[in-house]
Design a protein around this ligand. Structure first.
Ligand SMILES: C[S@@+](CC[C@H](N)C(=O)[O-])C[C@H]1O[C@@H](n2cnc3c(N)ncnc32)[C@H](O)[C@@H]1O
Length: 329
């Protein structure tokens, strides 16, 4: 087996352009999956007309958004500008969702800059139609800032809702067995113990998720080139708890297509977009690969491995700029 990765595609515009000839979508195009009716759009999140047209009257019940944190379409912006941009697509999300719907947002908090944009973001959300439901923390395994600070291993995930969306409590459990005994409580005059009362032998995820493995190159789901990929297990949990089978799930920042893959695995339909053709292509290829091989990613290979080995220009660019070991086909 030939193992080779890809550098971060978000950081290398030239490489993204070099891959454009292998991308089925150009900016403005929509890909429709005939099998399960997922849709992938190469669209800007603010292109509301195109988004509404693609939805074709359908209303999602669940939105899972993972915006680039201090960037607007790859350009660094001031936090006020970033928040103004977020408000636009949050209000738009409200317009397209059903009356009873859930919204999850992955967000960062820069500890060197007063935790920007987190405080500004949660204040902005007070001005929207959504009610706050939970502030979830997902524990990452790798972190940063270990020498003079506590290692930063938190990933923030905000849960909002409008109306009365589904919340499937049977799906809130982890695979971690309950072992702690105690917590006695009297029910109908009978003293009961924690394990007797519980609905499951496993512990609930709660709002601190310690049981999700961060994506890295040894995992099957790894998509090389996509630095911001969220673990499938976390998105599967969101989808199982906050939607029903056949529901439409929307994600405005596809990247490695993780929401699409989790939707496919749990019989939901997904409409996802990315402004970059290369991430749309990666999402399509990831879905096709899952269907063909059952594998949710490329582990330590990458979505364009076949083309790279044949394409002299890309191969040499990667060898010269990233010192990658890529055998010629
Ligand atoms: C943080 S990543 C999302 C990661 C994704 N949740 C995953 O698990 O792979 C953000 C993505 O948003 C895309 N993006 C940035 N600006 C955008 C815009 N204005 N409209 C649509 N997509 C955008 C980027 O190309 C990038 O792929």
């Amino acid at each position: 087996m030939i193992n080779f990765g890809l550098p971060r595609l978000d950081k290398d515009q030239k490489l993204r352009e070099m891959f454009s000839k292998y991308c089925r979508l150009k900016k403005g195009d929509i890909w429709v999956d005939e099998e399960k009716k997922h849709k992938i759009g190469c669209l800007d999140i603010l292109d509301k007309d195109a988004l509404i047209k693609t939805l074709d009257g359908e209303k999602p019940t669940l939105a899972i958004h993972d915006p680039p944190y201090n960037l607007v379409a790859f350009k660094t912006r001031k936090v006020e500008e970033f928040i103004g941009w977020c408000k636009e697509w949050i209000d738009f999300t409200n317009e397209i969702l059903t009356d009873d719907a859930s919204l999850y947002i992955w967000l960062g908090a820069d500890q060197k800059k007063h935790f920007e944009p987190f405080p500004e973001f949660i204040l902005m959300m007070k001005e929207t139609a959504f009610e706050s439901k939970s502030f979830i923390t997902m524990r990452n395994q790798r972190g940063y800032g270990t020498q003079k600070n506590w290692m930063a291993i938190r990933q923030e995930l905000l849960y909002y809702a409008k109306g009365k969306p589904v919340f499937n409590t049977k799906d809130v459990y982890t695979e971690i067995p309950k072992v702690v005994q105690g917590y006695y409580k009297e029910i109908n005059g009978i003293k009961t113990e924690n394990l007797e009362r519980s609905k499951s032998n496993n512990i609930r995820a709660g709002n601190v998720w310690v049981d999700v493995q961060q994506v890295f190159h040894l995992l099957q789901e790894n998509v090389n080139g996509c630095f911001a990929q969220k673990p499938l297990k976390s998105i599967e949990r969101i989808i199982n708890v906050s939607s029903k089978e056949d529901d439409l799930v929307v994600d405005f920042f596809a990247h490695a297509g993780s929401t699409l893959i989790a939707s496919e695995l749990h019989n939901r339909r997904c409409f996802t977009i990315d402004i970059e053709p290369v991430f749309c292509e990666i999402s399509i290829r990831r879905l096709e690969r899952l269907r063909e091989t059952g594998k949710p990613g490329w582990q330590n290979s990458n979505p364009f491995a076949g083309e790279i080995r044949k394409d002299k220009e890309i191969r040499e660019y990667l060898i010269n700029n990233y010192n990658l070991n890529i055998p010629e086909l």
